[in-house]
Design a protein around this ligand. Structure first.
Ligand code: ZN
Length: 143
C-alpha cells in the first residue's frame, strides 16, 4: 500500500467515526470552528472537571479531513489533564510548522501525526487544523 493510500484509508476511517459527533450533557467550554473556503463548520464541546478533559465531542459538519482531524484530536485528549491537552495542541502545531517532535510528543498526538501530510497543501491545512484551533482557544484561554 502506498503512503498516500494509507493516509486516505486512515482519514476515511476517522471521518466515519460517529461516537464523538454528539451533544454533551454538561458543557463547560464551547468553540466554533468555521472554514468558509471549504464549508467546514464544527463546534467543539468540552466539559472540564477537576483539571481534566472529562468529556469532549463536536457538532456540525465538515469535509473528510476536518472531521477526521477532529476525531483524532478528541481521541488524543479525551480523559487527559488539561495541561496534557495544552502540550498536545502545541505539539500538533509544532508538527504542522515543520518542527521535529520528540517521541513523547508523537505519542501525545496519536494518529493525528499523519495530518502532517497536509502541511504542504494550503487548501487542506485549514481543514486539518480547524478543530485544533478551537481546542487551543479552550485549553489556553485565548478568549
Ligand atoms: Zn474542509
Amino acid at each position: 500500500m502506498s503512503l498516500e493510500s494509507l493516509y486516505q484509508k486512515t482519514i476515511l476511517e476517522y471521518a466515519g467515526m460517529k461516537q464523538h459527533n454528539r451533544k454533551l450533557e454538561v458543557v463547560s467550554n464551547m468553540e466554533r470552528g468555521h472554514n468558509p473556503s471549504c464549508g467546514d463548520d464544527l463546534t467543539l464541546l468540552m466539559n472540564v472537571k477537576d483539571g481534566m478533559v472529562e468529556d469532549i465531542s463536536f457538532l456540525g459538519k465538515g469535509c473528510a479531513i476536518s472531521t477526521a482531524s477532529t476525531n483524532m484530536m478528541i481521541e488524543a485528549v479525551k480523559g487527559k489533564k488539561v495541561e496534557d491537552a495544552q502540550r498536545t495542541v502545541k505539539a500538533f502545531f509544532d508538527m504542522m510548522a515543520g518542527k521535529e517532535l520528540s517521541n513523547e510528543e508523537i505519542d501525545a498526538i496519536g494518529d493525528a501525526e499523519i495530518l502532517e501530510f497536509t502541511s504542504g497543501m494550503p487548501a487542506r491545512i485549514k481543514c486539518a487544523t480547524l478543530s485544533w484551533h478551537s481546542l487551543d482557544v479552550i485549553v489556553n484561554h485565548k478568549k
